[in-house]
Design a protein around this ligand. Sequence first.
Ligand code: AMP
Ligand code: TRP
Length: 328
Amino acid sequence: MKRVFSGVQPTGNIHLGNYLGALKQFVELQDDNECIYCIVDMHAITVPQDPKTLREHTLDVAALYLAVGIDPKKSIVFVQSDVSGHAELSWVLTCNSYTGELSRMTQFKDKSKNKESAPTGLFTYPILMAADILLYDTDVVPVGNDQKQHIEICRDLATRINNKYEKTFVIPDGRFLKEGARIMALDDPTKKMSKSAENIHSRISLLDEPSKIKKSIMKATTDSEGIIRFDVENKPGISNLLNIYSVLADKSVEKLEAQYAGKGYGDFKKDLVEVTVEALAPIKARYEEIRHSDELMDILKEGAQRADAIAQKTMARVKKNFGLGLGR
Ligand code: AMP
Ligand code: TRP
């Protein structure tokens, strides 16, 4: 059994792209691995947050995790700030990192562009992420491609420390999520569906009402050919809708093309509305059931205890190897 760790930020608007591109794969990994899924609220405060909203979003994401099928009997689900080892290890790693390597992170460069000074937390963000991973002796980290550089720096830090001190850390591997599941924006199929796009009809959020889903799909950008055919290059809109239909209904794109031969975009979209509403209904129902329940609190509390037990062992090893504390 391999140990899997991943984190998601507590932000709103978790959408079909996040679900098909990440969450669904997290659920699949649970069967053959020991999975730890963390809601990284300490990463969220690298930019200003309203305290009340932050806590709400943390619980929203936790409830959604469970609603899509992450099973607390199989996986550990917890909130990052509930386990103090993340911050502790982060400092030890900070002292073994260099400003040069952190300055090369493209995410930091993007976020600090044209600014004279940037928040220090944004700069050291990859170190906290490395601490998340190394704290649990993680073998595999499923993440989006945009996190490649952060996985690399995590591996560099772990290797550097293992060479300098006694072997302290497991070197993790990134498992980059399948690109096939890349879901594009409904209003502009050349862009990725995203949480932050201004047009709410560009995405379908997992908790959208059926009427909103209908509106977004019926408005989705297509083309003037009128033939339902998969061709990303020339027909990115229809291809994206075919892709969504295919994964949600578990039917191949070829089957769908055959099924809709001679039919118009209107019929196709109407059916896709139905398929989407049907696929999201149980997620939404489970979410509503659990979001404000004691069950959710109990699961997160137990998750934090289980995570903390692993984290404390790692921290004891780190302290011993670094000569920190009293050694007993
Ligand atoms: P983000 O919303 O950028 O925080 O992404 C969280 C995770 O969801 C990423 O690591 C991606 O794997 C996945 N993801 C986000 N947007 C999409 C998309 N449009 N299509 C497929 N996967 C996505
Ligand atoms: N930086 C990741 C993202 O924005 C989130 C994250 C924080 C993470 N800690 C992690 C992902 C540890 C994997 C492992 O998507």
